[in-house]
Design a protein around this ligand. Structure first.
Ligand SMILES: O=C(O)[C@H](O)[C@@H](O)[C@H](O)[C@H](O)COP(=O)(O)O
Ligand code: SF4
Length: 606
């Protein structure tokens, strides 16, 4: 079934816009792929270094060009609960590779930051930049040029986007993403948020808060809310980088290990030495990217992907814009209610039918391009499945359920939770911004209120504790853009603004910074571009100005006489405190050259 004509039209527009970049990219990928087995160009010395630690049999195999060598890029560390399981993956992958007659080597590791550990801390100012650094780090591992295919071990926020940029930069190589799966369900996310609000109001102590947090984040695996990490899993599956059904199987289970072994063998099967050569740069095209955006809208995915997806697409010579994302939102219905867009978590989402059911529903109404290439073969129909463990310990794929196992979590496309998707672009005399409306009640989609201007999220918390945040207002937190301080997530503001909203105040946030994918119920116009340090109009807003945030019509306006507003001097901020400490001094070059948010806030692409 062909895609809906509105989706076809937006896809065609992206193809046309991308031509000056996409064709030269494809030429480079094809030229690299035509070199054949890449280690064949290495000298004996290069090769000897490259397989010095391999067994004699592996050295013999790699010395020729018959046996494929699988590169592993790993983001293992103990800081991210989602990445800790990767500690044992290389051994499992090497064993599976041997069983398949191939070889596997860890090509390199990449850094991985846990945004939960750094949330509200100085380290968060390195978070966004770590995405591009991850791409660069993966490039260092792959530049050994020993490999015929690559598996990428990554899950969380900037790690999968960074690894995707690397996979597409090395687009002449096949790439399969191998996830570790979600943490099992602990304290429900809404209960965790409730205890946080009690603590912020002085109604609960630190011991009670730490107990709630520890019951929520309690073991290996991805945190169970639908934030950026789990949006990543959805994207990798719907774009065809995962094996079908891989996204939401818990770590440490036989099915998880079976999926990892299967992905390893598949990665060795789709090299240039086989009959199903699937280089990542040819597999991913404009239709794959549009499928990713559609999945984001249908599930109420993370606002961070209005940055990351632009940079990921750009790595393949594809120019995606906020306008494309916003117009797709008008076409795609919301089919999933997972926290913060609902009370369930990703384990409940999977149990209700998961990715297989979601893709099946979207395909039914032409909301996805079916005729795309994936690591599993041709077409997305193969992903409308429910993964099980067979009696022999391999992956068994049963058809996805025809009806949702829990219509409160996963809706059939005929009866969506919302006729449109979760993300909108806002434009107006303040610039451009994005807003996630899937987690905001409809009566809060339009807010007109006086501005209260802050240059730091801590300032807002101090004002809250001093009882100064009274009445309706729009908090303007500026000088939070990529060039100012690395564009941190201001997710800690959700608790305070949520308290005020629960008290009946009509509040919203306007910032050139980011929010967490886990941020939700308070309307937030974020990623404001141009940012304050780039002479953006957000730098001329004054406390008391009336601001109108209208997510229904996609506008963000300061209601001040245009001439008077233009004549105002640009505010300045003392950012000296953001230049040193916790490694921020190492990222001064990134702050200096970071591109604008509506181009992905990247140091790699203008
Ligand atoms: O974009 C995201 O999804 C967030 O960065 C997420 O990865 C981060 O971990 C949250 O900050 C955790 O939420 P809490 O801070 O509420 O625990
Ligand atoms: S989802 Fe966020 S908090 Fe959880 S492990 Fe990943 S980065 Fe850390």
């Amino acid at each position: 079934m062909s895609a809906d004509k509105r989706i076809e039209a937006i896809t065609a527009r992206i193809v046309e816009r991308s031509k000056p970049y996409r064709q030269p990219y494809l030429d480079r990928v094809r030229a690299a792929a035509s070199q054949g087995v890449h280690r064949a160009v290495l000298s004996c010395g290069n090769l000897a270094h490259g397989f010095a630690v391999c067994s004699p049999a592996e050295k013999d195999a790699l010395a020729g060009d018959r046996v494929p060598n699988l590169g592993i890029i790993t983001s293992y560390n103990d800081m991210l609960s989602a990445h800790q399981p990767f500690e044992t993956y290389p051994a499992l992958i090497r064993e599976a590779a041997r069983e398949a007659g191939g070889v596997a080597q860890v090509a390199g590791g990449v850094p991985a930051m846990c945004d939960g550990v750094t949330q509200g801390q100085p380290g968060m100012e390195l978070s966004l930049f770590s995405r591009d650094l991850i791409a660069m780090s993966a490039g260092i591992g792959l530049s050994h040029n020993m490999f015929d295919s690559v598996v990428y071990l990554g899950v969380c926020d900037k790690i999968v986007p960074g690894l995707t940029i690397a996979a597409l930069t090395f687009g002449h190589l096949p790439a399969i993403f191998i996830p570790a799966g979600p943490m099992t369900t602990g304290l429900p996310n809404d209960e965790k948020a409730r205890v946080r609000q009690l603590y912020a109001e002085g109604k609960a102590g630190r011991a009670e808060l730490l107990e709630a947090e520890s019951k929520s984040y309690h073991g290996p695996g991805t945190c169970t809310f639908y934030g950026t990490a789990n949006s990543n899993q959805m994207l990798m599956e719907i774009m065809g980088f995962h094996m079908p059904g891989a996204s939401f199987i818990n770590p440490g289970t036989p099915l998880r290990d079976a999926l990892t072994k299967e992905a390893t063998k598949r990665a060795l099967a789709i090299t240039a030495q086989g009959n199903e050569f699937t280089p990542a740069g040819e597999m991913i095209d404009e239709r794959s990217i549009v499928n990713g955006v559609v999945g984001l809208h249908a599930t109420g995915g993370s606002t961070n992907h209005t940055l990351h997806l632009l940079a990921m697409a750009r790595a393949a010579g594809i120019l995606l814009t906020w306008k494309d994302i916003s117009e797709l939102s008008d076409t795609v219905p919301l089919l999933a209610r997972v926290y913060p867009n609902g009370l369930s978590d990703v384990n409940h989402f999977h149990a209700a039918g998961g990715m297989g059911f979601l893709i099946q529903e979207l395909l039914k109404h032409g909301m996805l391009h079916d005729d795309v290439r994936t690591v599993f073969g041709q077409g997305l129909q193969a992903y409308t499945i429910d993964p099980k463990l067979s009696e022999t310990g391999t992956v068994l794929r049963e058809p996805a359920p025809k009806v949702s196992h829990d219509p409160k979590i996963l809706a059939n496309i005929e009866t969506p939770f919302q006729a449109t998707g979760g993300l909108k672009m806002l434009t107006g005399n303040i610039g451009s911004a994005v807003i996630k409306i899937s987690a905001v009640k409809p009566e809060r989609h339009v807010i007109e209120a006086p501005a209260k201007v802050f240059h730091d999220q801590q300032e807002l918390n101090v004002a809250f504790k001093a009882g100064e945040l009274t009445g309706d207002f729009i908090a303007v937190v500026r000088f939070q853009g990529p060039k100012a301080n690395g564009m941190p997530e201001l997710h800690k503001l959700t608790t305070v603004l949520g308290i005020l909203q629960d008290r009946g105040q009509r509040v919203a946030l306007l910032t050139d910074g980011r929010m967490s994918g886990a941020s939700g119920k308070v309307p937030a116009a974020i990623h404001v571009t141009p940012e304050a340090v780039d002479n953006g109009p957000i730098g001329r807003i004054r406390t008391g100005d009336i601001i109108r945030l209208d997510a229904a019509h996609g506008t963000i306006e300061v209601l001040v006489d245009a001439a008077e507003f233009a004549a105002r001097p640009q505010a300045t901020a003392d950012l000296s405190g953001n230049e040193f400490g916790m490694g921020r001094e190492l990222f001064a070059p990134f702050r200096a050259i970071a591109g604008p948010a509506d181009h992905g806030a990247s140091v790699l692409f203008a």
